[in-house]
Design a protein. Sequence first.
Length: 304
Amino acid sequence: MKQAQVVPGPGYTDSATEPAGVVEAGPEVPAGRRQRKLLVRMSYGWLIAAVGLAVCAPLLPLPSYATPAGPPRLGPGFTSFALLLGTDDLGRSELSRVISGAQVSLVVSACAGAFGFVVGSFVGLVAGYFRRRLDTGIALLTDVMLAFPPLIFLLAIASVVTPDIKTVALGLGIVGIPTFIRLARANTLSWSTREFVRAARNMGAGHKRLLLKEILPNVIPPLAAYLPIVMASMIVAEGSLSFLGLGIPSPRPSWGGMISSGQSALSDSPHIVFVPSMCIFLTVFALNQVGDHLRGRLDRTVRD
C-alpha cells in the first residue's frame, strides 16, 4: 500500500535540506541613512572641537591674537603650531585669531538664540493658549517684526549704540523672537486641543497647571530642536555685520571681520579669507545637521 505524499506549503522550509552555514540576511539599511548618520556624527565632532578650542584657548601654546607671530601673509605650514594656518596682513597668527573668532561667534549665537528662544516661546505659548484679542495683537506684532528688514534693524542699533558682544547678541536675539513666537503658538494651538488637556481642564486644573504641566513639556522639545538652526543663522548675521564693519570692533577678531580685513589680499594670500570662511561654513553646516537630527529625535509629530 502506497504512503500518502505530503506536499509542503509555500512557507515550509526543511532544515535538513538547507546547506550548512547559510544565515538569513537581515534587513538592508539604505546607504543614504548611513551617510546621514556619518554626517551627523562629524557635525557633532566639529561642534565639540570648536567649543573645546574656544573654551581652552588661554591654555593653548598660541600668541595673542593682536601680537605678530611671523612675517605678514605667510601661508599655512608645519613650521610651528602658531603658524599652522599662516598669518594675516600684520603677521598675526591665523590660528589664534580663528579660535578667538570662534569665541565671539559661538557666544553671540548662543546668547542670541537663547534670548529669542525664552522670550519667543513664552509669548507664543501665552498667545496660543488664551487666543482671542491677545492672540490677535501678538500675531500682528509678530507680522510687523517679520516684515521689518532685520539687517536695517541691526544697522540702526549699531549706529546708535557702540557695538560689542552684548549689544550684537541682544539685537540678534530680538530679531529671532518672532520665529519662536510663531513656532510656539502653532504648537500650543495643536496641543491645547488634545484629550489629556481637556480632561485636566474638566477635572478643575487652572491655567497655570495647564500651561506649565500639560502643554509646555510638549511644546519645548520641537522648539529646542529648532534652536541650532536659529544659531546657525545668527552666526551668518553676526559675520555679515562684522564684514560691514558694524560688528565686534577691532582688535577683537571675529570670523566676519577677518574676511573683511583679508579681502584686499584675496588674490595673493587667499588663505586669509579662506580659513575664516571655512570655519563659518563648517559651523553653520554642522548646526543645521544637528538641528535636523534633534528634530527627528525630539519632535513627536515627526516620529508619529
